[in-house]
Design a protein around this ligand. Structure first.
Ligand code: GDP
Ligand code: MG
Length: 710
């Protein structure tokens, strides 16, 4: 301690938060997690605080102070040989028992200590509280509660360091873990010998520590004292005697005593706080309503309806703004670029496709606001519980449906979440029916179609589509469990977390995360898809025309100028455009496949959309936008896609199309994850075939029955 400099060693278990705390203290940005072992001892940083220069040395994470691992040796050599002025012991408040095991050994090394009771946020979540004042007196050093990730308690820690430095009391704090009588006697004898062999060299704490280490059979200490044959021989005899009288290894005796010390300590200072109990009663009250036998399900349905209604109605405003923005942008670009292929590609391909999809960003964000809110508040787990009740009547268990509900976001992580299901059979079923849960990629299709065909009922229609997705998922689960997947049923315990008011930041983070995902898709697969689609519909340039357009144009142009003549020219140009589109590569491919979908009332454009949706469901809307951008030259109205759709399809077919898109084959990413998680292509084959046929049959049913009624 010179020039008002003080050395502080940071010691604690791995993952106790040392790096985070050290970063918070110094404002540095070391990567949190493990860092390479070699550089460890050099890791010192300086902090200025209240006139002191604090040298902070970040030691590697360790559980104990034996000499078994290099980390442990670095840690203890530093404390033993360099004698830091203060040891800052970082404790993980969430697992204090383990953290304190290291503390019991630090105590014996006898440096002044400060304790950072880190992760108190986690501890409180588990419903515990700590009497820091009495812990502080029992551990002989200030205890400061910290949340390193939020920089809480950081200043208090520095103040505590300075307080010790200012007081000048940098002596060892006498504190001993009390050992068994025989052990204590042995320690005494060995300690005396150590003191005799090293006259005036060590303080009493140090020689006691050395004695303990020697009795524990610590290799490093035995090596250091190797030259004192007498001492080594004495230690060997003491260890032999002890293990004989106690028929236990000496190391175990020490460990037992340390755990006993910790146990006693914690039973005094740690209490389960009353808070969780109160929360429990609130939770019971809420569950009484939300999980009510008869009210529970209707309430769940109401919340879901509210979610989709809001997604549609509130989302409509920003959607219109973005739409208008895209329109202006498109016109501006069209005005700047010279006529020709490049202009067509950019305006009718890329801007139409990307712009046509990006307008759904607000809807996606709103949907995820609700999903995040439900999930963070604890309601999502309840909805699985409600479904569980329904499923029980069919002999299935509802825990398997938590991953299903996650499928509302995206099927890929939801399928990975099925790993939490222990029963093989239930897990396989959850994987296979997951694609039926309507992921958010399909939302734009439904918003577009619902808006085009069912104006003021749009929100409700989207809600019904989603409910249908749950019904189909559950129905298929019953089917699969009866006829396809083998294995026994197992009982589950459903965990119901306490209700919590979701934190704004968590919800916002979630929304931002999803918005980012969506934008990435727009910039990736949708951009590429739109470009490819545009090329496929633009080529080949020359097709086998059914009529001689050139002659007809020439004939019209030869007529005297009149409004009728111009209209006739425009009409003819439109007809030519349509014929070209149908005979382009895109039209040819779609026409080949279209007969399969003809019974459902879908034309070749719908077929194209269905095909592109196999890659990613978001591309469905983009492909409509690209196809319809073709004939849209005359209509400058920005809602043209909706109108064009409405003019080309009747509402019954539109409904059939929505249901088809809901159910038919999973996207490429989902297929890949099904293969991995279900373990084999045969399940992928089954999944695709099953969903395709189901989609076809349902859409056919809707078209047929709906066509008969309307
Ligand atoms: P180290 O191994 O001791 O260096 O621990 P790290 O600093 O790498 O932290 C381990 C993990 O715990 C990281 O994910 C941190 O973000 C997290 N963490 C650290 N301190 C806190 C805290 O006070 N509260 C919570 N909730 N997490 C923390
Ligand atoms: Mg670390």
């Amino acid at each position: 301690m010179t020039n008002k400099t003080i050395t502080v060693a940071l010691v604690g278990n791995p993952n106790a938060g040392k790096t985070t705390l050290s970063n918070a203290l110094t404002g540095a940005k070391d990567s949190v997690g493990n860092y390479p072992r070699v550089t460890v001892s050099k890791r010192a940083r300086e902090i200025q605080h209240k006139g002191w220069t604090i040298k902070l040395v970040d030691l590697p994470g360790i559980y104990s102070l034996t000499s078994q691992s290099p980390e442990e040796r670095i840690g203890r050599d530093f404390i033993q040989d360099e004698r830091p002025d203060i040891v800052l012991n970082v404790l993980d408040a969430g697992s204090l028992d383990r953290s304190l095991f290291l503390t019991t050994q630090l105590i014996e090394m006898g440096r002044p200590r400060i304790y950072a009771l880190n992760m108190v946020d986690e501890m409180r979540k588990k419903g515990y509280s700590i009497d820091t004042a009495s812990l502080s007196s029992m551990l002989a050093g200030p205890v400061i509660e910290t949340v390193a990730t939020k920089k809480q308690g950081v200043t208090e820690l520095l103040d505590a360091v300075v307080a010790i430095a200012d007081s000048g009391q940098l002596d060892d704090k006498p504190l001993q873990v009390p050992y068994d009588g025989h052990l204590e006697d042995a320690i005494d004898r060995v300690q005396k010998t150590v003191a005799e062999l090293h006259p005036g060299e060590f303080e009493s704490v140090q020689s006691r520590w050395m004695a303990i280490k020697l009795l524990e059979g610590d290799d490093e200490m035995l090596r250091r004292e190797g030259e004192h044959g007498l001492l080594i021989e004495m230690v060997r005899r003491e260890r032999f005697d002890l293990s004989h009288t106690h028929s236990d290894e000496v190391e175990i005796m020490f460990a037992d005593a340390r755990y006993g010390f910790i146990h006693g300590l914690l039973s005094e200072v740690r209490t389960r706080s009353l808070d969780p109990e109160r929360r429990l009663s609130q939770t019971r009250l809420l569950d009484g309503v939300l999980l009510h036998r008869t009210l529970g399900l209707p309430l769940f349905l109401f919340f879901m309806w509210l979610m989709f209604e809001t997604t549609f109605t509130v989302g409509a405003y920003p959607m219109d703004w973005i739409d208008a923005g895209v329109g202006v942008f498109s016109e501006t670009v069209a005005g700047i670029l010279p006529d020709g292929m490049v202009k067509d590609l950019i305006v009718d391909g890329i801007i139409a496709g990307v712009g046509g999809t990006i307008i759904f960003l607000p809807n996606i964000v709103i949907l995820f606001f609700f999903l995040a809110f439900f999930s963070e508040s604890g309601y999502l787990a309840r909805s699985a519980f409600l479904l569980d009740r329904v499923m029980h009547t069919f002999g299935l268990h509802g825990k398997a449906f938590i991953p299903l509900i996650m499928g509302f976001g995206c099927n890929v992580p939801a399928i990975m979440a099925t790993r939490t299901i222990e029963s093989e059979k239930a897990r396989l079923i959850a994987i296979l029916v997951n694609p039926f849960m309507c992921c958010s990629a399909r939302l734009p299709v439904f918003i577009l179609f619902a808006g085009a065909f069912f104006a003021q009922w749009a929100g409700t229609i989207v809600f019904m589509i989603y409910m249908l997705s749950i019904v189909i998922a559950l129905g298929s689960a019953i089917f699969l469990s009866k006829y396809v997947v083998r294995g026994g049923d197992e009982a589950f315990v459903m965990e119901l977390p306490p209700y919590r008011m979701p934190s704004l930041s968590a919800v916002l983070y979630h929304m931002w995360d999803k918005a980012k995902d969506f934008l990435k898709k727009v910039a990736g697969v949708i951009l590429v898809g739109s470009t490819v689609l545009w090329f496929m519909q633009a080529f080949p340039k020359e097709v086998a025309w059914s009529v001689d357009y050139d002659t007809q144009f020439a004939a019209l142009e030869a007529q005297a100028e009149s409004a009728e003549r111009d209209a006739a020219i425009a009409k003819l140009a439109n007809e030519q455009g349509r014929e070209h589109l149908e005979k382009s590569y895109l039209g040819t491919v779609a026409h080949t496949v279209a007969p399969i979908f003809a019974p459902l009332g879908f034309d070749w454009r719908d077929t194209t959309a269905i095909l592109t949706g196999l890659v990613a469901k978001e591309v469905v809307v983009a492909s409509y936008a690209v196809i319809y951008a073709q004939g849209a030259e005359e209509t400058e109205e920005s809602n043209s896609l909706r109108e064009a759709l409405a003019a080309n399809m009747n509402p019954v077919v539109a409904l059939a199309f929505m249901v088809f898109i809901l159910i038919y084959a999973p996207c490429v990413a989902t297929i890949a994850v099904i293969r991995r998680e279900a373990g084999g292509w045969h399940w992928v084959g089954f999944s695709v075939a099953f969903s395709m046929s189901l989609a076809w049959l349902l859409a056919f049913g809707i078209t047929t029955i709906g066509g008969a009624i309307v």
